[in-house]
Write a protein that binds this ligand. Structure first.
Ligand SMILES: Cc1ncc(COP(=O)(O)O)c(C=O)c1O
Length: 484
């Protein structure tokens, strides 16, 4: 039924984007159409995805062990969703397994728990990783972090020599497909080849790649094959709580699952446990059926429009924006601002003499533009791009852990989705030009504890936008009186 509303072009996709015409209040009392440029964090969804869920929900039921009609159909659709998700990255399902979890973070933690790593083992990662592709590895083994050039590109020669030096102990190279800060796409297929030559495997964190590029993990016997990959549905227009981990079936057939309980066993006695075959073995508890179906549906939507069409559109938007951004006085751009084909749609910047949190707050209160500032869960990379010395870093860290985030370092990030257009960018560029010229009107006050700015006189009435219903106020008041 929902196929009828499936978008076929980029323009359809924009019209299909839920909330594309939402009006939000500004500091001066007027309203503006909200421009959302924080798509790296989480994207909106499409009406066609919502419609698909609405069509499915009357058939909704718990999966796998029910015998009723609804359980049978829900099980079939849930299993089918695994196939669609696997096909999205061209995974050979006879040798690879698609495991559905909550998000990329859970997927990477699961992989790190399941690889049977020891203190002697080496994982090579980079300083341009999101913490979710760094901290899980640190828990299990020695992590070597490859540095980056001043413009944010990975030091490829350092990576190659580290792979050689660590041969024997090297178990895995864990690297992002695209950076959530500079948008730089790493040469994952070359890295896969070098890694395999050293007898190790590669994991690609595709959280920021999957929404923007077609991905092919290639056949398992191809030297450039991507062994493991993870991505998040909420970053690709299906924010209903699903994450993906794909890897060789034989890896997940071995060992114990990291989370145990219902759904992961074939037989249990008081003395023995026999695990199910993957993916069930690694999808403990009742799975998120709705989330899986939403992700499968969005994949069909993105494929219908064409991942290559999406890539070309985002590159064109980047080129349009950078040509203008380079001309705005006082705007400092980070990462590549030329040859933009090799980066996904992100613009990272600061305004000379202004706190990154202040700039982001003005965009929200006076521009109706949602973007983000800070270190974006990649502290080492941001500090490297900002050229913060180790001494300065130590001083700032001490300040922050003692509760004062006044000088918290950071950048401002505008991150495009496939539904954004030049009109959105015009509003963004116009606002940035105003801010850089000091032409903002509000009085902004920093909260030293949070490192954020609020503006005097701007208290939007959220309840008018959305409410849980009559009893919400009662719950809130009770919470406030108990807290005071
Ligand atoms: C590159 C990268 N990896 C991993 C993650 C973690 O994703 P999630 O929050 O869905 O677990 C993010 C989130 O922003 C990211 O940008």
């Amino acid at each position: 039924m929902h196929e009828k509303v499936s978008p076929k072009s980029l323009n359809d996709l924009r019209l299909d984007t839920l909330g594309i015409d939402t009006m939000v209040p500004l500091l001066d009392g007027t309203k503006q159409r909200y421009i959302f440029l924080d798509n790296a964090a989480s994207t909106p969804t499409f009406r066609s995805v919502l419609k698909c869920i609405e069509d499915f929900l009357p058939w909704y039921s718990g999966v796998h062990r029910g015998t009723g009609f609804k359980s049978l159909i829900a099980t079939e659709l849930y299993d089918h969703a695994h196939d669609i998700i696997g096909n999205f990255v061209n995974a050979d399902r006879s040798s690879n397994v698609v495991i559905l979890v909550k998000n990329s973070t859970e997927a990477i933690n699961k992989l790190s728990n399941r690889l049977n790593l020891s203190n002697e083992d080496v994982v090579i990662s980079t300083i341009m990783e999101h913490h979710s592709n760094d901290l899980p590895w640190r828990k299990h083994c020695k992590v070597v972090h490859i540095n980056v050039e001043d413009d944010g590109h990975l030091k490829i020669d350092d990576l190659k020599s580290s792979i050689k030096v660590n041969e024997g102990k090297l178990k895995l190279v864990a690297i992002n497909g695209a950076s959530n800060i500079t948008g730089i796409c790493n040469p994952i297929y070359d890295i896969a080849r070098w890694t395999h030559e050293a007898g190790a495997t590669i994991f690609v964190d595709a959280a920021q790649l999957a929404p923007h590029r077609a991905i092919d993990i290639l056949p398992n016997d191809d030297p450039s094959h991507i062994d493991f990959i993870a991505f998040s549905a909420h970053k690709m227009y299906a924010p209903f709580g699903t994450g993906v981990l794909i890897g060789p079936r034989e890896v997940f057939e071995k060992g114990e699952p990291d989370t145990v309980g219902g759904g992961v066993v074939t037989a249990v006695s008081l003395d023995e446990v026999y695990w199910s075959a993957p993916p069930d073995k690694d999808e403990a508890g009742s799975p998120n059926v709705v989330g899986a179906i939403a992700l499968a549906k969005v994949i069909t939507v993105l494929e219908e429009v064409g991942m290559d069409t999406i890539t070309a559109h985002e590159t064109e938007l980047l080129e349009y924006a950078y040509e203008r951004l380079k001309r705005i006085p006082k705007v400092i751009l980070y990462g590549p601002s030329d040859n933009l084909k090799n980066k996904v749609g992100v613009i990272t910047f600061n305004v000379e003499g202004m706190h990154n949190a202040l700039v982001a707050a003005i965009f929200g209160a006076e521009g109706g533009i949602g973007l983000r500032n800070g270190c974006f869960c990649a502290h080492p990379y941001v500090k490297r791009l900002l050229k913060i010395s180790p001494e300065e870093d130590r001083r700032l860290t001490i300040e922050m852990i003692s509760g004062d985030k006044t000088n918290i370092p950071g950048l401002v990030r505008a991150y495009l989705g496939c539904y954004n257009n030049k009109e959105d960018l015009d509003r963004f560029i116009e606002m940035l030009t105003r801010i850089a010229a000091g032409k903002y009107r509000g009085e902004y006050i920093m909260n030293a504890k949070t490192g954020t700015f609020s503006v005097k006189g701007y208290k939007p009435d959220f309840e008018r936008c959305f409410s849980f219903g009559e009893s919400e106020r009662r719950h809130v008041e009770r919470f406030r009186s108990e807290a005071s």
